[in-house]
Design a protein around this ligand. Structure first.
Ligand code: G3H
Ligand code: 13P
Ligand code: ZN
Length: 324
């Protein structure tokens, strides 16, 4: 099966009450871990590439690795641009075989966001085969499309804007801001309560009221959640037990993502959790085996941790197991 766009996958996900994982790829081991996990779970999957990933690995390597994964697994795989900052990067990806792009103009005014998103949609939809476009309304804390938004300066999506935005732009899916943020420190300790026994932070709940209002206004329309890593504490502990120093790292509880997956959310973006699993494996191998100096040993353990994590997400959070 060749690379696919997200249209049909999202329709099935919406109707079936599950979400598709969109995992960020930066190197071969991450591509392999994600796609081998998806294969073992018989799940569709979205491999997404940021501007930073393109800079790190070079677009041609990422593209060829994703093509190799398609050949290796035979799964429906979407190759998606994550947080495209302008028309040019979206065009470059469309012209070079991506099946889906995100134009992230969420830091611009409503009218500028509409104009840029519409321009990308017109180009992507005229392409043969059709390329799907994700847009964003509202802003998350963290770094998005090269724009850094401080905690406190983020803004929730306004449900009263979504119908006009989707109608005027023609976008195929919409990322909304309901309280998630990018990175491994999603909430300030002052926003959380602390478990007195373990010391682990418990974050405030996501704004499901906004998600429900948006989906009422856009029936059947696929919604996307960014910043959806859960910062699983087992990996944070392995990292910290093996020389790391991640203090008060906290993510979105998996039960809330599982709930969102059953609603209108069809795509859930996960990057930080992969980074944590990879780092946990590498640190553990290096600490336990100071004599190791073959990258296949420590990166290999990192890859196996990422694979286990992705299988867990597909099975226990997203609900996309056996949906390929
Ligand atoms: O949304 C952000 C993703 O985690 C990508 O991060 O720009 O460091 O590759 P990056
Ligand atoms: P996390 O930092 O929560 O993994 O979010 C990733 C993301 O939204 C990529 O676009
Ligand atoms: Zn994102």
């Amino acid at each position: 099966m060749p690379l696919v766009n997200s249209k049909e996958l999202f329709k099935k996900a919406y109707d079936g009450g599950y979400a598709i994982g969109a995992f960020n790829c930066n190197n071969m081991e991450i591509v392999q871990a994600i796609t081998e996990a998806a294969k073992e779970c018989n799940s569709p999957v979205i491999l997404q590439v940021s501007a930073g990933a393109r800079k790190y690995a070079k677009p041609v390597y990422l593209k060829k690795m994703v093509e190799a994964a398609v050949e290796d697994t035979g799964l429906p795989i979407v190759l998606h641009l994550d947080h495209g900052a302008d028309f040019e990067i979206c065009k470059d990806c469309i012209d070079n075989g991506f099946t889906s792009v995100m134009i992230d103009a969420s830091s611009k005014s409503f009218e500028e966001n509409i104009a840029l998103t519409k321009k990308v949609c017109e180009y992507a939809h005229a392409h043969k085969p059709y390329v799907t476009v994700e847009a964003e309304l509202g802003t998350l804390a963290g770094i998005e499309a090269d724009v850094k938004v401080e905690h406190g300066a983020e803004s929730y999506t306004r449900p009263e804007d979504v119908e006009e935005f989707v109608k005027r732009t023609g976008c195929d899916s919409l990322a909304i801001a309901i309280g998630t943020s990018h990175g491994a420190y999603k909430f300030k300790p002052s926003q959380c309560t602390r478990d007195p026994k373990t010391g682990v932070l418990c974050p405030p709940p996501l704004r499901f009221d906004i998600l429900e209002e948006v989906s009422k206004r856009l029936p059947g329309f696929p919604i996307v959640l960014h910043g959806s890593s859960s910062v699983n504490q087992e990996y944070v502990k392995i990292i910290n037990d093996n020389g790391g120093a991640l203090v008060d790292a906290v993510g979105v509880p998996e039960e809330q993502l599982a709930k969102a997956s059953k609603l209108a959310v069809c795509k859930i973006n996960i990057d930080s959790d992969l980074r944590l699993a990879m780092t946990a494996g590498i640190r553990q191998d290096m600490k336990e085996h100071p004599e190791h100096f073959d990258p296949r040993q420590y990166v290999g353990l990192g890859r196996s941790y990422v694979k286990e994590l992705v299988k867990h997400k597909i099975t226990d959070v997203l609900g996309s197991k056996d949906k390929a």
